[in-house]
Design a protein around this ligand. Structure first.
Ligand code: HEC
Length: 133
């Protein structure tokens, strides 16, 4: 009997944790739509017209580049947290031609709270993330 209660409590606890994580990711997705998608397409363009209309690198490519530049998830997250608030040419990890074509990303300072930024990063990792060992 007690065993059952303990198993049930554990299950409730784990599913509450999962719900909390899902909530963060879905709030991150909403924030991404409002704050980032104005400039960044999620996926690669599928026509020349779309390609020509880009005003920033598509997120799928930008994030792949971020992951390939850092050895750990923590370092990738720290880069994003810093870059989105204080982008500079020196810190940029995208290829030089991107900076030439699109210019530097404008700082999001004052447009996003720290908590919102964390939610967006969770969403990006969930959507584009790679496996770090
Ligand atoms: C006003 C347009 C604009 C908005 C809004 C914007 N970005 Fe960007 N972003 C850019 C441009 C342009 C670049 C390419 C130049 C660069 O890397 O600074 C870029 C680059 C990036 C990069 C690659 C950085 C690098 O060094 O390679 C990431 C990651 C990124 N943006 C994420 C985001 C996220 C997440 C948001 C929403 C919180 C966002 N951006 C909002 C225009 C924008």
């Amino acid at each position: 009997m007690y065993k059952r209660i303990i198993v049930c409590l554990l299950f409730l606890f784990v599913s509450a944790e999962c719900n909390e994580q899902e909530k963060i990711v879905s709030e991150g997705a909403e924030l991404f739509k409002v704050k980032c998608a104005i400039c960044h397409m999620s996926d690669r363009p599928t026509s020349k017209a779309e390609m020509d209309a880009l005003i920033a690198p598509p997120m799928v490519g930008a994030m792949y580049n971020v992951y390939m530049n850092f050895d750990t998830q923590e370092e990738a997250n720290a880069f994003l947290k810093d870059y989105l608030m204080n982008p500079t040419k020196e810190k940029a990890i995208c290829k030089e031609n991107k900076l030439l074509r699109f210019g530097l990303m404008p700082s999001q300072k004052g447009l996003l709270s720290d908590e919102e930024l964390d939610k967006i990063i969770e969403y990006l990792n969930k959507t584009y993330g790679i496996k770090y060992n």
